[in-house]
Design a protein around this ligand. Structure first.
Ligand code: SF4
Length: 351
């Protein structure tokens, strides 16, 4: 039973999230890697499949997606991408909610993932039943959830947002006079609240990767690189966001590296993003924001342990065996598609 908080800052206690160790994949020689990639390309073709890889996956997977006509993108673009493809199989290299979103939007397609246990601390920290009980305490609020949630949580929500589109959607709701209940990322929620001035009730989840960026150590690095621009994803805590020159979604941060005049960038988000950043600006220097320091507990600094569960090896195995298919209960899918489609329709009106 969740008691109604007396103010917006005191909300349910979350269960402890077990963070897996960052997987160590056997190192491949250049020749082995090429051979494996060629094999995957053949399997993709034979199975009429396309690969969508998230910016936080390895450079090998991002490269393979590009080479095979797939996409490398943030979760919003990955969701859109599947709907534009004729392929009968979508292979999603990312975390589970991304595969689920693809399946929700493409129920007639087979959706495979290299590892179905690749989840996300935001998704894990927001069980549908508890979230529903929390929402029931605020029946007059519009429920806005971040894309990093299960299909079940999306099914009880009014809107789904990604970090790329959270601000305009909340502004749009505020203009209509709607009160907002936000879940599950408290840091992104606080940032949206601050930027829009909209009072929101926040679920207290967080991303274990962004939570680990350390402001004292970051200040030290900024002093060492005074001309560097600091790029921060809004899933990071407020004291990190405060030090940023640019706060934005993964896509916005990649664009910033290409468009800003600075030669150096300190980057506070998963370092898988360096692949696309380096592509956008090969002559610029990228520096990882520090995650170590007093109180750091992250087991894989600036690398999401769940994203790390995707590799060339298990991608090949999934395609070979046809395992790790995403299935979603039709009754959940019917409800979950509504807030996702609402987001996509809203995004289309802004293009
Ligand atoms: S980086 Fe954070 S938000 Fe992204 S998948 Fe990993 S745990 Fe989830």
């Amino acid at each position: 039973m969740i008691a109604k908080p007396s103010n917006n800052s005191s909300i349910p206690e979350l269960k402890q999230i077990i963070i897996p160790k960052h997987p160590e994949w056997p190192k491949l020689t250049a020749a082995e890697k090429t051979e494996l990639k060629e094999y995957i390309k053949k399997l993709l073709k034979e199975q009429n499949a396309v690969l969508a890889a998230h910016y936080y996956t390895t450079a090998d997977l991002q490269e393979l997606a590009e080479e095979t006509g797939g996409c490398v993108a943030d979760s919003l673009e990955m969701a859109r991408f599947g709907t534009t493809q004729n392929a009968s199989t979508l292979v999603v290299a990312g975390v589970r909610f991304m595969g689920e979103t693809s399946k929700i939007l493409n129920p007639e397609k087979r959706v495979l993932m290299p590892d179905l246990s690749a989840t996300c601390s935001l998704d894990e920290g927001c069980p549908a039943e508890e979230f529903k009980a929390f929402c029931d305490l605020y029946p007059d609020h519009t429920v806005v959830v971040y894309a990093n949630t299960s299909a079940e949580v999306k099914a009880i929500s009014d809107w789904v947002v990604t970090s790329a589109i959270a601000l305009p959607i909340v502004e749009h709701l505020a203009q209509k006079g709607e009160k907002v209940l936000w879940g599950p990322d408290k840091h992104l929620g606080s940032y949206v609240q601050k930027m829009t001035g909209v009072e929101m009730v926040l679920w207290p989840g967080s991303c274990v990767v962004h939570e680990e960026f350390k402001s004292v150590a970051l200040e030290r690095i900024i002093k060492l690189h005074p001309d560097a621009a600091v790029l921060v994803h809004p899933e990071s805590p407020e004291n990190i966001v405060k030090l940023a020159d640019v706060v934005g979604s993964t896509t916005a941060l990649i664009k910033a590296v290409g468009s800003m005049d600075n030669k150096e960038f300190i980057v506070a988000t998963d370092k898988g993003i360096f692949y696309k950043m380096q592509q956008a600006a090969p002559d610029k220097t990228l520096i990882e924001a520090p995650t170590i320091g007093v109180g750091a507990t992250c087991q894989a600094c600036a690398e999401c342990p769940w994203m790390g569960m995707n590799s060339l090896q298990n991608l090949a195995e999934t395609l070979e065996k046809g395992t790790n298919e995403i299935h979603i209960e039709p009754s959940i899918r019917e409800k979950a598609v509504i807030p996702i489609q609402r987001m996509l329709d809203f995004a289309a009106t802004r293009k």
